[in-house]
Ligand binder design. Sequence first.
Ligand code: UD2
Ligand code: MN
Length: 579
Amino acid sequence: KEQAPSLVDRIAARSLIDRIRNALKFKQQHADHDHPVEERFKAREQARKMNAQIQVVAPELEHDHKHLNKTGPGEMGNAVRIKKEDLSPEERKKYDEGWKNNAFNQYISDIISVRRSLADVRDPECKKVEFHPNLPDTTVIIIFHNEARSTLLRTIWSVIDRSSPKLLKEVIIVDDFSDREYLHKMLEDDIAPMKKVKLLRTQKREGLIRARLKGAYAATGQALVFLDSHCECAEGWLEPLLDPIARNPKASVVPLIEIIDDSTFEFRGTPIQNIQVGGFDWNLIFNWHMTPAHEMKRRKNKTDPIRSPTMAGGLFAIDRAWFEELGMYDPGMDIWGGENLELSFKLWQCGGELLCAPCSHVGHVFRKRSPYSWPKNTNVIKKNSVRLAEVWLDDYKNYYYERINFALGDYGDVSDRKQLRERLQCKSFKWYIDNIFPEQFIPGESLYYGEVRNQGKATICLDSQEVEHSDKAVIAYPCHGQGGNQFFLLTKIGEIRREEKCLDYISTKLKEPGQVRSMLCHSQRGNQMWFYEHEMIRHATGYCMELSATQDRDVFMAPCNPLNKYQRWSWKQRINNST
Ligand code: UD2
Ligand code: MN
């Protein structure tokens, strides 16, 4: 509107927008089942007429209705808040059940339109980017298991409403054997008006990896874009994902994943300079970290794609032929987890690249727990992780195995996947670390590793929980031999470390026994500097770590005393420092 050259044009544009608004209003009335039938009939006719006019004047503008600011709960990505106390007992029950079944606030999601508007959160520079003239057409694949109806429909509509029709060939949704009734009865009706949407169903619970494979086998687009079933694509999301692929078909591209609040469904935008890239720890768990300085320097513009060592997994674009060449996903992986690292490693090791597109914003509802059922008796995440470690990690796999105490379990047969690596002549994991992820912490350079067992009470080990954003006190706990919270490394610079966390002792009140905490490693020695000599764990302040003789869980710092067996700890030395 503002860009139209003359006043006359601007007035014309405004009247056109009014007409679009009207057409939309009629469309909405037509779809509104609470309206009397005759009115809906009339509304449909009106909408058709208005549509025809719009098509004649400006065909591309029909698609533009999404620019119009709507009002209503949650529109423009705003938060919706209600007080549970104000609800009737019956509604309150619905509210609680929504949380229980989905691990997000379904009650709020249901209030918000499945076609709500979002603010345009892109950096202004993004609108000036010129994309490759031949972007690949795309199949969007959305898989789900027992997803809430409103979040699922909102995901699909956000794709339809905010993707350029030229680029969007089809949307394939794959139901991974949901047992919620409405996903069978209502879903077909819900998607009937969506011309480009195809529904597939698995015949048994396959898990997200094989469900995505099913979608990929049915896809016909040149590029594939995968999404979780509780996402919202923002304005202009698709082009920046496809552009790097048009330039290099071996690139895979992830969007900037925005947080949709699990409680209010607020869609928050991240400023372009705060983009984080993907990493992983040696439990083979994905994590985020700041874009390293060398990568910031390599890029010319802030809108340029950023190289990322790994991807979170749910949201990414890839050329379909390249995905096939890479052996897609490992079909031996079950339910959830590991597939994102497997794909990340092989992308880099086998001659591709993994990029984050700063101009593509897609929201995702991050949950604090998993709401659906998991197989009993097997640890699927471990199985998936061992499969990928066996195939892609070379000797580095032992860092992971140390953390699960070499109890690999039954992980099935991976010979096919090893052949795949052979056939594609992929590079070593060392190459990946040296070239793609040089910031990664390498435990092999540490001096001691594993559990730290007290000699005063031989069944008790040092223990600290990984709690995000907390400096949780370190405790002692019966040794369980499973690694995990009882796995510690003594690094060359004197850190007692697990992944990104280091034991830290603040010695302000030296006369009192102090607590040891687990905090983010800072590599500056100081409060995180320890010595392990004569089986004693001594801090830079000169105090030693002691287990309480009476309280099995209590660990504190005290003046060193070599005769005190509660200050003596057994820790395994790393003999082979070669990797
Ligand atoms: C993240 C990824 C997810 C996946 C996972 C690791 C993001 C935003 N999400 O976990 O896509 O890579 O890490 O494996 O990066 N689902 C099924 N069948 C199942 C289980 C899940 O279809 O048996 C669907 C589910 O409905 C959802 C998707 O798979 O659409 C991912 O599951 P999630 O949302 O529980 O995973 P999330 O976001 O914690
Ligand atoms: Mn998810």
